[in-house]
Write a protein that binds this ligand. Structure first.
Ligand code: 3HC
Ligand code: NAI
Length: 696
């Protein structure tokens, strides 16, 4: 079926774009659209033209799938120019999301009418590129340099009313969008109004000292970070070209900078993440399971995690019943939720009346029996197998027949926990990340008896909470914490070999991690992982070298940020600084372990840390714990601060070449063969010259 439908109604050419789900501007859409517009331009019986999107939206952008493949004419910039060149009034009727190339088509149209619920924006920066079809030249001409830069640098869409306020849209209607657009152009045609083109608009908005100052301010700030992420600085350069050059030269500048950015590894990585995030929620269970609707969530345990999960559920419109051990604990939980909402208010994300409304949907109780109406019950009690097993059994005893039961355990065996239940098929792991009201990742841990319905219900819950669900099988630490353990182990080995926690943290921040491994442990609390380290002590291979620095710090009650001391010392306002005592302790530990210290470069630290993550991740895939390598990228980016612009560890490994990672692992293994055991899957892919992306 054609992706463009054209119909003449009483002298008005109506052109509908139909390319579900988001009317992306694929090659077929571009060629059909420009042909339909030009044909209408030459028809004597057509006085004016309306373009709109069928289904849920005006085009949401260029077809991102086509990036990275050889471009096929007509390109979008040319399509926009040819639309703009038509000599009859042409209006874009916008609903849904007019984004990126979609908005550029609208800006090339002579007029824009928007549905009041429509959103307009330039998300290209999130894909590592500037707008590339005239957006950087037409937008400042329509709404001025400041607004244009805000839109393009933030990547955030704005509502129709704001778009009208800044001059991006001519008229906003509440309903009857296409009819309103037809009436609008009919009037223009009747009045023989001259064609109005964005390229000729607003010189006054571009000239002057204000525009130059605005550009200088942003340029200074962004140039410094352009080594890591070039697109923002290139966007500013494009807008500068709009101010200083004529339209055609400005377009040529935009084209050049767009192509440079599109070819960058950062853009390739960001586009990979765009699709990886969407693919992650495609669980195999969804083909057979059906989701139950969730209106009420029960939560057992209102500590750090339980309270934040409760807040997330409330903010997504669910009723919540929170159960704690005692009234005193309930009061503490209420305090945490109160604090979360107050922070949301101070960030402008919540209002006082809305907070009151949300809190009215919260019931707090010390009786498990209060959970009888909950559609899902999540336990977030202490990370202790016996406690959790008792709690999940209590949950089952009071739950309604079809309620899903979930555990927020970080490491414990979901299959073992579920064994105590009469209906283990309803039991699942839901591994939220701290702070659970903010972090987008949710690992859905599928046990050997978990039913597809329970899985589908959890995917539905994740979407309701605005989170990205990733499927994990059962193993120690699931996907993320298991890879994290291997990463930290590699860092511990480097401590024994002469690196310091401070050097490793700095090297990993330089790599792009939001935090180094040691400051991150300080933040979550060294005592949190202490029980696990003790638990694993008995099963640890005695021949493996062990760095007991974290344990030694715990013995000194240096638990990290919360106790003012951990790997770092913290001042009154929480600023960290290195501590000579920790370095002396490390020297002693090295001597005890019989290790010699040697100097480390950033590059060696980064290579070892990355190789350890990739090697473990490869084992996670080969064991079927993760569905696909791109899921691991999503977990690392959204749960562990891995730099999005590198695309995640698996994408970055593909970019480096798997043979180079494998060769590094083999070299590291020459001195430490017990830790550096190459994953057979990695070795197989590297030998074949394949990449992890072949398994996505
Ligand atoms: N190209 C190709 N596919 C796209 C796409 C695009 N621009 N936008 C969305 N899709 C696909 C998704 O991959 C997904 O596919 P799937 O069903 O196979 O997983 C499907 O459309 C639905 O997308 P979402 O799951 O994201 O649907 P939502 O309803 O949650 O969100 C949306 C809709 C807000 C439009 C969101 O998809 C979005 O933000 N899309 C990207 C918009 C964008 O980045 N546009 C700029 C593109 S670059 C550009 O235009 C360059 C130009 O300046 C030259
Ligand atoms: P926490 O110690 O802050 O909270 C646990 C809460 O459970 C306490 O308030 C306690 O009173 C309550 N509790 C204990 N037994 C109970 C019972 N029988 N009935 C009702 N309430 C009971 O612990 P935190 O950090 O919230 O962790 C909870 C779970 O979440 C653990 O399994 C942990 O591994 C997991 N988790 C923790 C993360 C973190 O960063 N803190 C991240 C992801 C998961």
């Amino acid at each position: 079926m054609s992706k463009i439908a054209a119909e003449v109604r009483d002298g008005i050419q109506i052109i509908a774009i139909s390319n579900p789900p988001v009317n992306a501007l694929s090659h077929e859409v571009r060629s059909g659209l420009v042909e339909a517009v030009e044909r209408a331009g030459s028809r004597r019986d057509v006085a004016a033209i309306v373009i709109y999107g069928e289904g849920r939206t005006f085009p949401a952008g260029a077809d991102i799938r086509e990036f990275g493949t050889p471009p096929v004419a007509p390109w979008l910039p040319e399509v926009c120019n040819r639309i703009e060149a038509v000599e009859k009034p042409l209006v874009a009727a916008i609903h849904g999301t007019a984004l990126g190339g979609g908005l550029e088509v609208a800006l090339a149209s002579h007029y824009r009418i928007a549905d009041s619920k429509a959103r307009l924006g330039f998300p290209e920066v999130n894909l590592g590129i500037p707008p590339g079809a005239g957006g950087t030249q037409r937008t400042p001409r329509l709404c001025g340099v400041e607004h244009a830069l805000d839109l393009m640098l933030s990547g955030k869409p704005i509502g129709a009313a704001s778009a009208a306020e800044i001059g991006l849209v001519d008229k906003v209607v509440d309903d009857g969008l296409v009819a309103a657009a037809i009436a609008f152009v009919r009037e223009l045609a009747r009045d023989a109004a001259p064609v109005r083109r964005s390229r000729d608009a607003g010189r006054e908005l571009l000239d002057g000292i204000k525009a130059a100052a605005s550009i200088r301010k942003r340029k200074d700030r962004l140039e410094a970070q352009s080594r890591v992420l070039p697109a923002p600085a290139r966007i500013v350069e494009c807008v500068e070209a709009a101010v200083n050059l004529d339209f055609e030269d400005g377009l040529a500048t935009e084209r050049r900078l767009f192509s440079d950015c599109l070819a960058s590894p950062q853009s390739s990585a960001l586009r990979h993440v765009f699709f990886a995030e969407r693919k992650a929620s495609k669980f195999p269970e969804l083909s057979t399971g059906s989701a139950h609707s969730i209106r009420e969530a029960g939560i057992v345990g209102g500590g750090t995690m339980g309270s934040a999960i409760a807040a997330a559920c409330l903010q997504s419109g669910l009723k919540v019943v929170l159960v704690e051990r005692s009234e005193a604990q309930l009061e503490k939980a209420a305090g945490i939720i109160e604090r979360i909402f107050s922070e949301s208010i101070s960030r402008g994300k919540l209002t006082e009346p809305r907070k009151t409304e949300l809190l009215s949907s919260l019931e707090m109780s010390v009786e498990c029996g209060s959970l009888g109406k909950s559609d899902i019950i999540v336990e977030a009690v202490f990370e202790d197998f016996a406690v959790k097993r008792r709690v999940v059994a209590e949950m089952e005893a009071v739950a309604k027949r079809d309620a899903v039961l979930a555990s927020n355990t970080s490491y414990l065996d979901i299959d073992e926990l579920g064994r105590a239940l009469a209906k283990p098929e309803k039991f699942v792991g839901l591994h939220f990340f701290a702070p659970a009201n903010i972090m987008k990742l949710l690992e859905v841990v599928v046990g050997d008896r978990t039913s597809p319905d329970a899985v589908a219900t959890c995917v539905g819950l994740a979407k309701k909470l605005g989170k990205i669900p990733v499927r994990s099988g059962v193993c120690d630490g699931f996907i993320g914490n298991r890879i994290g353990a291997a990463y930290r182990e590699a860092c511990d080995q480097m401590l024994l070999d002469g690196a310091t926690p401070y050097l490793i943290d700095e090297a990993m921040r330089d790599f792009g991690m939001r935090m180094g491994p040691f400051e991150s442990m300080d933040l979550s609390g060294l005592d949190i992982s202490w029980p696990r380290r003790k638990r694993l002590k008995s099963v640890r291979d005695r021949r493996l070298r062990y760095c007991r620095l974290a344990d030694a710090l715990c013995e000194l009650t240096r638990f990290g940020r919360k106790s003012g001391r951990g790997f770092y010392l913290y001042d009154d306002i929480g600023r960290p600084r290195p501590d000579g005592d920790v370095l002396s302790l490390l020297e002693d530990i090295r001597a005890e372990a019989g290790c010699q210290g040697r100097p480390f470069e950033f590059s060696e630290i980064q290579n070892r840390a990355h190789a350890a993550m990739v090697n473990e991740a490869s084992k996670v895939i080969e064991e079927g714990i993760a569905c696909r390598p791109s899921d691991i990228d999503v977990v690392e980016i959204h749960g562990y601060g891995y730099p999005r612009w590198r695309g995640g560890p698996m994408k970055y490994a593909d970019d480096l070449g798997l043979e180079s990672i494998l060769s590094n692992i083999r070299i590291f293994g020459e001195t430490d063969p017990l830790f550096w055991v190459p994953s057979p899957l990695l070795a197989k892919l590297a030998d074949r010259g394949s990449a992890f992306s072949d398994l996505n």
